[in-house]
Design a protein around this ligand. Structure first.
Ligand code: FAD
Ligand code: NAG
Ligand code: NAG
Ligand code: NAG
Ligand code: NAG
Ligand code: NAG
Ligand code: NAG
Length: 535
């Protein structure tokens, strides 16, 4: 009896496997035919398509998973992966996904914190852009064309190869890719001097929903505006951006200083003063503040708070020391605490590499490696009082794992209108908070605990941060602030997260979306809805 039912079960399982493999094959075959129909035979599109039964499928999928939470057997996997090797493959992938009724997710570097470039609830196909990574720097024009699949590390390296006095104001993590980062309004440690990456977009090439390639001129200013901070994935597939480069001094200065609460290092005064200085000081100075719960050395088994300032100054150490001596005397910064270096070395230093590390490490893509992580964001518009800070330290220590990164605004950010790009968080914001919890062990219970913990801290912070809306940063993707099911109320659902990410720019994004993709082919959990459902 027992043996019989096991045999039946085994046969059933086999049948399920055979039939799903058959479906897999027939979808693969249909999709491949369609791709071939829409591309030149010399472009070998068949070499770019992976079905689940292909021996390389798992390694291709994992290569650009950057959050280990979505590297589990329970995560829904794509039916197919198209690893486009040229523009015609991107065009064909759009046309074929659309005509076969398949949802397409677009992945460039895979750093989306919620994994939405490679995870989906319903069946889907990944268009993987990692092969499209060319970068061409024009020193005379002080500009660069960068493909979506190129990483920021590659961008900085290629610019540095050609010029020691040009750079680009984008993110500090070298493996983040241009496609998601720039379309989402990326920023880095030159934000106060130069603003955001999207403030330097001169032109772009995209594949629209009909499979056509458009540039700034042929797409028009509305769509060009939308893909410069409104998230690319709602509007089309970004192939490349043309960016204006910015001048970089030959010498820059970095330092890191920390204070620990229970070692009588007046963390509260330190952070309180930082709030006044960091968003208002010389534009050339970016002082990031990290707040972390750490194990106390004084009271065993308890947590205390460490506050760390990490800095880039676009000038030399003498200038920096005299500036901070005047504006931030309790820091007590001396020249010996500073390191003068080149901009490219500062990029390495910010990536926690020793000064002197060969810049070639910026070309290392570190495939298939990720921590488990969760992020959230907030904006602070009025300084938090000392009592408020002390209360926050208590909560952070109690919770024990979630930390903050405070990123000061001001400078150039105050000079740009909130409507100039979809990214609305300009003047009036002192600093942005990133909430951050990382771990490196695959444990559903830990994930549950840390999810609850970061949400609790977010809730504790309510009185101290922006309201109506409680703003958020698109590149710090957080599905807790709302998701869209694209039913009857897709406009209203979209408005919930859309206004947090885009403020008053949300409605203009909806208009552009409705004009360029009325059937909502390009969609994800937090994409821009169309207007059709508003009525
Ligand atoms: C370790 C780490 C460090 C980070 N540091 C910074 C930082 O310093 N500054 C900052 O601003 N952000 C930072 N981020 C956030 C990062 O900018 C965003 O996650 C960004 O969207 C990642 O781009 P990606 O192409 O690597 O990601 P992906 O996950 O590939 O894409 C992100 C989103 O963009 C869409 N997309 C990607 N490519 C295209 C395309 N070609 N066309 C249309 N849509 C596309 C995806 O579908 C997805 O919705 C960091 C993230 C990580 C994990
Ligand atoms: C490919 O093109 C042929 C000839 O135009 C057509 O008959 C066929 O249906 C197409 N196949 C797909 C999958 O698009
Ligand atoms: C897997 O897919 C790739 C890309 O299409 C192809 O080159 C390779 O031959 C396939 N491998 C197998 C075992 O089918
Ligand atoms: C901090 O100050 C308190 C009171 O002034 C003192 O009792 C304690 O020993 C000090 N701790 C350290 C680590 O210096
Ligand atoms: C600067 O360096 C000196 C000597 O190493 C050290 O004692 C001091 O704490 C440092 N100051 C800061 C602000 O880090
Ligand atoms: C995914 O998990 C496998 C083990 O199951 C591991 O080898 C791989 O490195 C992981 N990749 C990422 C990106 O987390
Ligand atoms: C998760 O939280 C519960 C309740 O606080 C605790 O008892 C448990 O030990 C935690 N689990 C892990 C893996 O940390």
């Amino acid at each position: 009896m027992m043996r019989n039912s096991i045999a039946v079960l085994a046969i059933l399982l086999l049948l399920v496997r055979v039939s799903s493999a058959a479906e897999d094959d027939s979808l693969y075959t249909t999709f491949l035919r369609c791709l071939e129909n829409h591309t030149d035979p010399t472009s070998h599109v068949s070499d770019t398509l992976y079905s689940q039964s292909n021996g390389s499928y798992t390694s291709v999928l994992r290569a650009y998973i950057r959050n280990a939470r979505f590297n589990s057997s329970s995560t829904n996997k794509p039916l197919l992966i198209v690893t486009a090797a040229d523009e015609s493959h991107v065009q064909a992938a759009v046309v074929c996904s659309k005509s076969l009724g398949l949802q397409l997710k677009i992945r460039s570097g895979g750093h989306d914190y919620a994994g939405i470039s490679y995870v989906n609830d319903s069946p889907f196909v990944i268009l993987d852009m990692f092969q499209l990574r060319s970068i061409s720097v024009d020193v005379a024009d002080q500009s660069v064309w960068v493909d979506s699949g190129a990483t920021l590390g590659e961008l900085y390296y290629r610019v540095w190869e050609k010029s020691r006095v040009l750079g680009f104001p984008a993110g500090v993590c070298p493996t983040v890719a241009a496609g998601g980062h720039i379309s989402g309004g990326g920023y880095g440690n030159m934000i106060r001097k130069h603003g955001l990456a999207v403030d330097y977009v001169l032109d772009a090439k995209i594949v629209d929903v009909n499979g056509n390639i458009l540039d700034r001129k042929s797409m028009g200013e509305d769509l060009f505006w939308a893909i410069s901070g409104g998230g690319g994935a709602s509007f089309g597939v970004i192939l490349s951006y043309k960016l204006k480069l910015v001048p970089i001094p030959e010498t820059v200065t970095v330092f890191r200083v920390e204070r620990i609460l229970d070692q009588n290092q007046s963390v509260t005064d330190f952070v309180y003063e930082w709030q006044k200085v960091a968003p208002t000081t010389d534009d050339r100075l970016f002082m990031r503040m990290l707040i972390q719960p750490i194990s106390s050395q004084v009271r065993k088994g308890q947590k205390t708070i460490r506050a760390t300032i990490v800095t880039l100054f676009l000038g030399n150490a003498d200038q920096l020391v005299s500036l901070l001596d005047k504006e931030f005397p309790i820091l007590g910064l001396k020249k010996e605490n500073c390191t003068e270096t080149s901009w490219i070395d500062s990029v390495l230093w910010w990536d926690n590499r020793a000064i002197g590390t060969k810049p070639e490490v910026l070309l290392d893509r570190e495939l298939d490696s990720a921590n488990f992580l969760i992020r959230k964001s907030d904006y602070v518009q009025t300084p938090i009082s000392k009592d408020g800070l002390e209360w926050i330290w208590k909560k952070v220590a109690e919770l024990g794992k979630t930390g903050f990164v405070f990123n000061p605004y001001g400078g150039k950010m105050n000079e740009i209108s909130p409507a100039a790009t979809p990214f609305p968080h300009r003047a009036g914001n002192l600093y942005k908070i990133q909430y951050s919890v990382n771990w490196n062990e695959n444990s559903p219970e830990l994930e549950k605990n840390y999810t609850a913990q970061i949400r609790r801290l977010f809730s504790y912070m309510t009185p101290f941060v922006s309201k109506n809306p409680r703003s958020a940063f698109l590149n710090y993707r957080d599905l807790d602030i709302g998701i869209n099911t694209f039913g009857e109320n897709s406009y209203e659902e979209g408005e919930v997260y859309g206004v947090k990410y885009f403020g008053d720019n949300f409605d203009r994004l909806v208009k552009v979306k409705t004009a360029v993709d009325p059937d909502n082919f390009f969609r994800n959990e937090q994409s821009i809805p169309t207007l059709s459902s508003k009525a």
